[in-house]
Each structure stands twice: as structure tokens, then as C-alpha cells.
Design a binder for this molecule. Structure first.
Ligand code: AMP
Ligand code: GLY
Length: 429
């Protein structure tokens, strides 16, 4: 079987790495991929937004299965396009992926189907948005409705910040059309977790739990990023919380999407805020998380291909997933300046030595090959991922590997996984 993976980040490297281990797969392509992905897949130089280019390639190469990494091609309708040509593709349709593409739609779905989330209002008029903020007061959260590369959420701790956020999103349109509407919502306290599941539109098959680390600096300081590291499993999600997430959040959502004529097949990712074991939804994503996928797939045993195919064929109820009981930790190594402007083309050292380490894998994100060497080519550059018998052991082993890798200006968080330790101590007590 020939498989095409779309995307170029750490998530896509993890998918390619896992897919290439399938006995059913003879060849993996990745468009556009990165230097690390080129070890397991043939790179195809087509942008993720060039849907007709990707389609043409899939037809020409007789691709049996296409797997979509990022949200952008999904919300542009790549799944609809492929299906209309009779090609097999893993992911939700355009109308289904609106659960990520429009925060207003996601909030309305949650309201209609009784899914716990922050209270909110939607505005198309900036003056009305400002009066609502004045009525509610800070802290308050302002979100651009559409996709804004993960930057469209502004947490406002003062009235000035909140009014400034409306001005930037709705009046100055810093996120373009994505800011035509805003969702203004209640600020939620608690701890965040990522809950990712596969679904064929009826059955929900959860992946192992995980937790991301969004702020750029240790102790959750500094601006938000795409994610500076993740670990799995997340001990905060015990059996009771897990059941609550499936029954009160995912099941009503998948039922609701079907009922509204937007049957949902693919991955559904719920970004959650959990307080006193009660989960509330911050957002839904229509794709695998990045970097959560890296530790999750390190722990997945067995073949991923039958699972992806079952989501397309509607027979997911026949499957279960076997997880490595060990913990996995992924530390993202980033370019100087990220999440702001950063430089590219810095030579990366130490990869060869780390590739010899047992139960460590370095997933590449922003890397490229230049004159035979691997250089930085993005903000998030590598996701060093390691397994250990416990979370503390996985943390230690992963950081041993991280410390062997270097380039000019590299930075990373030193406390990935530390949040889990508190829960482990509590569970033990
Ligand atoms: P989102 O893209 O909606 O997940 O938002 C990005 C980040 O903003 C989340 O990971 C949270 O850290 C934070 N956030 C979003 N909504 C809220 C909220 N209602 N209360 C507190 N923090 C939030
Ligand atoms: N790790 C956050 C995301 O994938 O959206």
C-alpha cells in the first residue's frame, strides 16, 4: 500500500514514522515534509494548501491512503475533494472540520448539545463586543472566530487589554477575515489537558491521554506557542475523568455532528480545562495535536493503518489499541526568537549521537538539509521524545538526549512533564 502524509511538522514526522512501520505499507510519501521525515518517506515538494497539486500527485502515483496532518487543508475541503474522485483519505470533511475552523460554530454546537464549556457571546460588531466586555469585566478571553495559526486567542487581564484585543482583531484585522467575528468568553481556571480520539462517526476510540505545555518559558511564563513539549499518559486524567470526557463531551459532539448533517470521521481533539475533576472544553481541533502526537505514537503498539482505515470504513468498533505502559515525554527544541521572529539555517549538532540512544527518537519539525547537513528551518525545530518506566524516568532520559543536541540560539523548556509529578504524588498519597 502507498501512503501520502500531508504536512511538515513534528506531528507529521511521528505519523510517517509510525505508518512506515506497518507491514501493509510499501511506500510512504510526505508533502512537503522535512529533513527528518526524508529518512522514512519520499518528500514531495507540494504545499499543504495546494489541494489540486496534492490531488494530481495522489492520482498519478496511485496513492491508496492519504493522511492529513494540519487543519488548513481540512478546512479548505481536501477530504471532500479526494472523496469526490473516489480516493481514500483520513480526516473530517470541510463541514465537519468547521468544529476547528470556526470557534463560533464550535461554541454553538457545545451549547446545543449540552457540552461543558466557558460561557460566551459571539459578536460581529466591535462596539457591541466592547459593551459586553465592559459589562462582564476582566479577566476575560477574546477569540478570533476563524483560523489564526494558533494565535487568535487573547487572554485579557485588564479592561484595556480586552478593548485593545477587540481593536486589533475586529478593527485592525490583524488575523484578516478570521477576525470578522469574535467569541468573548469567561476565563476558566484549572489545568489543561489534551484528549485525542479516533472516530468513524459512531464509535469513539480514545488515544492515550496527554498534556501539552503552551507557554514558551518554564513555569508557564511568556507568550503561548504551538506547544513546547508534551507527555503521555497524563495522570490528571484518571478513569473517572476519562469517562466523563467521553460521555459528556465526545459522545454528544459526535452525535450532534451526525444529527446536523456533518458526520465526523477522523481525529477529534478536545483541548480541556479541568478543575476538581470536571472537564470543560477550551477548543476542538479536527486533527492530531502537535507535539502530543509524538509521545502518544511512541506509546502506541501495533499497526496504525487498520485504525485509520476503520475510521474511513465505519468499522472502528472492532478495534482496540494496545498501549506501551511506559511513559513518553517530548521536549521541543526551538529557534532563538520563537514564537516571535526567528533565524533559519543554523547547523544542528549532536543528532548522530542521539540516534544511537535506546528508546529515544528525535522527531523533526522545522529542519532542512543544506550541503549535506541538517539545519534549522522553522520555529519549532525538533521534538526529542523518550520512553521511561515512569514519567520521572522518561523526563530524565529525554533531557539526557536534549543536552547532546545544540545549535546557535537553541532554547527549550527545562520543566516538561513536571506538572505530572504533582498528580503522581497525589495519587500515591
Ligand atoms: P484555544 O486555541 O481556544 O485552545 O486557546 C489557546 C489557549 O488559550 C488555551 O490553550 C488556553 O491556555 C487559553 N484559553 C483559551 N480559552 C480560555 C478560557 N476560556 N479560559 C482560560 N484560558 C483559556
Ligand atoms: N498542541 C496544540 C495543538 O496541536 O493545537
Amino acid at each position: 500500500m502507498k501512503v501520502l502524509v500531508i504536512g511538515s511538522g513534528g506531528r507529521e514526522h511521528a505519523l510517517v514514522w509510525k505508518i512506515s512501520q506497518s507491514p501493509e505499507v510499501s511506500k510512504v510519501y510526505c508533502a512537503p515534509g522535512n529533513a527528518g521525515i526524508s529518512e522514512q518517506a519520499e518528500l514531495v515538494s507540494i504545499k499543504t494548501t495546494d489541494l489540486s497539486g496534492i490531488l494530481e500527485f495522489a492520482i498519478k502515483e496511485k496513492i491508496d491512503l492519504t493522511v492529513v496532518g494540519p487543519e488548513d487543508p481540512l478546512t479548505r475541503g481536501i477530504v471532500d475533494l479526494f472523496e469526490s474522485k473516489g480516493l481514500r483519505i483520513f480526516g473530517p470533511t470541510k463541514r465537519a472540520s468547521e468544529i476547528e475552523g470556526s470557534k463560533a460554530f464550535a461554541k454553538e454546537m457545545m451549547k446545543r448539545y449540552g457540552i461543558p464549556t466557558a460561557s460566551y457571546e459571539i459578536f460581529e460588531d466591535s462596539e457591541k463586543a466592547v459593551s459586553y466586555i465592559q459589562e462582564k469585566g476582566p479577566p476575560i478571553v477574546v477569540k478570533a472566530d476563524g483560523l489564526a495559526a494558533g494565535k487568535g486567542v487573547i487572554i485579557c487581564r485588564t479592561m484595556e487589554e480586552a478593548i485593545g484585543a477587540i481593536d486589533r482583531i475586529m478593527v485592525k484585522r490583524i488575523f484578516g477575515e478570521a477576525g470578522r467575528r469574535v467569541v468573548i468568553e469567561e476565563f476558566l481556571e484549572g489545568e489543561e489537558a489534551s484528549y485525542i480520539a479516533l472516530t468513524d462517526g459512531k464509535t469513539i476510540l480514545p488515544l492515550a491521554s496527554s498534556q501539552d505545555h503552551k507557554p514558551v518559558f518554564d513555569e508557564d511564563q511568556g507568550p503561548n506557542t504551538g506547544g513546547m513539549g508534551a507527555y503521555s499518559p497524563a495522570p490528571m486524567i484518571n478513569e473517572e475523568v476519562d469517562k466523563r470526557i467521553v460521555e459528556k463531551i465526545l459522545r454528544p459532539l459526535i452525535y450532534g455532528m451526525e444529527k446536523e448533517g456533518r458526520p465526523y470521521r477522523g481525529v477529534i481533539y478536545a483541548g480541556l480545562m479541568i478543575k476538581e475533576s470536571q472537564p470543560k472544553v477550551l477548543e476542538f481541533n479536527a486533527r492530531f495535536g502537535d507535539p502530543e502526537t509524538q509521545p502518544i505514537l511512541m506509546r502506541m503498539r501495533g499497526d496504525i493503518i487498520p485504525l485509520l482505515e476503520a475510521c474511513i470504513d465505519g468499522n472502528l468498533s472492532r478495534f482496540r489499541i494496545d498501549w506501551d505502559p511506559r511513559a513518553a515525554v517530548c521536549v521541543v527544541m526551538a529557534s532563538k526568537g520563537y514564537p516571535g521572529d526567528y533565524e533559519k539555517g543554523k547547523r544542528i549538532e549532536g543528532l548522530e549521537e542521539v540516534s544511537q540512544m535506546k528508546d529515544i527518537f528525535v522527531f523533526h519539525a522545522g529542519t532542512a538539509r543544506m550541503d549535506g547537513e541538517i539545519v534549522t528551518n522553522g520555529g519549532r525545530v525538533l521534538g526529542v521524545t523518550g520512553l521511561g518506566r515512569s514519567i520521572p524516568e522518561a523526563i530524565e532520559r529525554t533531557y539526557q538526549a536534549v543536552k547532546k543536541i545544540y545549535w546557535e540560539g537553541v532554547h527549550y523548556r527545562n520543566d516538561i512533564g513536571k506538572k505530572a509529578l504533582r498528580w503522581i504524588d497525589q495519587n500515591r498519597a
